[in-house]
Design a protein around this ligand. Sequence first.
Ligand code: NIG
Ligand code: FE
Length: 419
Amino acid sequence: MSSILIQNIRQILQVEPNSSTTNTSPLPFIQGEAMRVLPTIDQAWLLIEEGRIKDFGAMDNCPDRADEIIDASDRMVLPSWCDSHTHLVFAGSREGEFVDRINGLSYQEIAQRGGGILNSAQKLQDSTEDELYQQALRRLQEVQNQGTGAIEIKSGYGLNEAAEIKMLKVIKRLKENSDLEIKATFLGAHALPTAYKGRKDEYIELVIQKMLPKIADEGLADYIDVFCEKNFFSVADTEALLEAGQKYGLKGKIHSNQFNCMGGIEAAVKYGAVSVDHLEVINEAEIACLKGSNTIPTLLPSAPFFINDHYQPARKMIDAGLGVALASDYNPGSTPSGNMPFVLTLACVKLRMTPEEAINAATFNGAYAMELEKTHGSIKKGKVANLIITEKIPSYAFIPYAFGTNHVWKVILKGKVTN
Ligand code: NIG
Ligand code: FE
């Protein structure tokens, strides 16, 4: 039995106060005013055994033996980031579009000229599974070093049966070979492929009748996603895909409200989607619709940062009682970065979230957005030991404050020190 004792920890963050089995909270994730509370223990220890959190507490009752002892004086220990929305498998890059935007084109204009998602789809179709795997593995290693311990990865740059399956197989290989916890999402309806121009219904039919059954049968996806947006897919398309997903036991994680309020949120809630993501624009009725539902609104602030759009109204949402998750949206078009600490900084500076709200959103609520909240996202006895030990920092607010510096000292995944 291998064990690691981390001792003299300045502060453990995101401790579930009742670390036994019972959770008395009636809410499935952290919401409203509770988002301002980040439970901590000062001057603490934490014991890992067999890949799990065995126990933890204040230094005055610290155990005195373990196979390995780590001194964490002046350091923080927190659960690894749970990044619940990424497109980390992609081919090449799109910095040409980045320059086009600097010169005045908008993200939507670039998409309408055949750039954007279709640009990445062409590159992905021209790449082998192995090339995609090698590129994705490098990105995964990079976000792991920044403290991400669980991650969702979408398909959606294949846009034909063979290429969508190729992407999902890459995600499967990543699942098998990485220490990170990975969830796969089928996003066949990310954009209408050029070959189907003017024949959207036929493409939706292809996704539902051909791709989905095959992908579900081969166990290649955990969730289904749709880009519900003007010039992409309608609410009716979204509902048809969510309904089809349900037949195969795939819940939704929906791209919605990036540019327009169209009804995507209502559809997500109606079909019991796990999350509805982006939400740069959201109206009162949509906030009311999310209230009390099990669908978690997931905010991706590095997307509007990078395409120079307006930010998600997090304050309005949280003050109305909603809980939110934060995720990176790592993709080659709107967010060529999976850096979760930077997402936290944007959440604090641009979305006006407090550090406590941001950390709750990027740990426990992110875990919920991947249905991993029972095993990840907090410090609790029996949970998987996916932990960050920080560099020597004065307080946890220093993490979003001192942006651009990597504050991660050690990354522990499944109870193993990985660096
Ligand atoms: O979440 N908006 C839709 N999909 C991605 C971006 C895709 C791309 O530009 O390649 C997003 O931002
Ligand atoms: Fe996305």
